[in-house]
Write a protein that binds this ligand. Structure first.
Ligand code: GLU
Length: 278
């Protein structure tokens, strides 16, 4: 259909899909031509049986999607190519979490500053040359240099449900204070969630990214990476989160809310839609 958005649902096979995933997948399907992508870069946590269950549960919900399904574990060369392109703006970092906590807590008391990529990295390794990267290093983007290389002072995106019509922007300084030098390649993975998602959304031609509000702040990182890699910025729709009776966001460990368990108990796909307010 002309003009129809291309959307995706991108679960990680680290557990059974729960009601929050059902909401996310059905939202993607309601807003466009829906693609499935398996985000399995974290080989230690991903399991084939959960991947099979994803296909099964989504089909049971009445969804279908184009084949073949993109799997991030097949895409390392694409991530490596993006990383190579960004190399002049990156540096290897050998700090462990404990080093970062120690560096951050020295000047201040109380909660450590954190953003969508975790603790705001204090820059200890920023001067290191990317050519000196060792096998145990992570690779970070020098965010200040990234803004300077682009010659911009602000990045922005639009969201179809959160203040639609306005843009959501961050200046260079706000990015450095609230997000910092994000990780582009994690130890033993050859990429990170942020880098992989940006490369894959572009490769799949995604024009509308639908996902939970919990990832809203990550979008600033994705937009910066899109600018650096000359990739289009899609539209975004960050949807509400499905919560349990105590108001907590559902997590994969909440097995009781797994679609699979509802199926086993005789609940229908129509019941699931009702339960999540669709
Ligand atoms: N793989 C992510 C998750 O399971 C989703 C990432 C995204 O939609 O951008 O939470």
């Amino acid at each position: 259909m002309a003009g129809r958005a291309v959307t995706r649902f991108a679960p990680s096979p680290t557990g059974l899909l729960h009601l929050g995933h059902a909401f996310s997948a059905l939202t993607a399907a309601a807003h466009g031509w829906f693609h499935l992508r398996i985000e399995d870069i974290d080989r230690d946590r991903c399991k084939p049986e959960f991947e099979t269950a994803i296909h099964d549960d989504l089909s049971w919900l009445g969804l279908d999607w184009p084949q073949p399904v993109m799997r991030q574990s097949d895409r390392l060369p694409a991530y490596q190519a993006a990383l190579a392109r960004l190399a002049p703006l990156t540096y290897p970092c050998r700090c462990r979490r404990g080093d970062i906590r120690a560096a951050l807590s020295a000047p201040q008391e109380g909660a450590l500053p954190a953003g969508p990529d975790g603790l705001i990295y204090p820059g200890t390794c920023r001067g290191r040359d990317i050519r000196d990267a060792g096998p145990d290093d992570v690779i970070r983007l020098d965010a200040g240099r990234a803004f300077d290389a682009l010659g911009i002072d602000r990045i922005a995106f639009r969201d179809q449900v959160i203040m639609p019509g306005n843009d959501h922007g961050l200046t260079r300084d706000q990015f450095l204070d609230g997000i910092g030098d994000v990780i582009l390649s994690r130890r033993g993975m050859g990429t990170s969630y942020h880098l992989a998602v940006v490369v894959d959304d572009a490769t799949q031609g995604i024009t509308l990214v639908t996902r939970g509000k919990d990832l809203f702040d990550s979008t600033y990182i994705h937009v910066l990476l899109q600018r650096l890699l000359d990739l289009p910025t899609p539209d975004y729709l960050h949807h509400r989160l499905i919560r349990d009776d105590a108001g907590r966001r559902l997590a994969k460990r909440d097995d009781a809310r797994a679609i699979r368990h509802y199926r086993d108990a005789g609940v229908t796909p129509a019941d699931i839609r009702r339960m999540i307010g669709l």
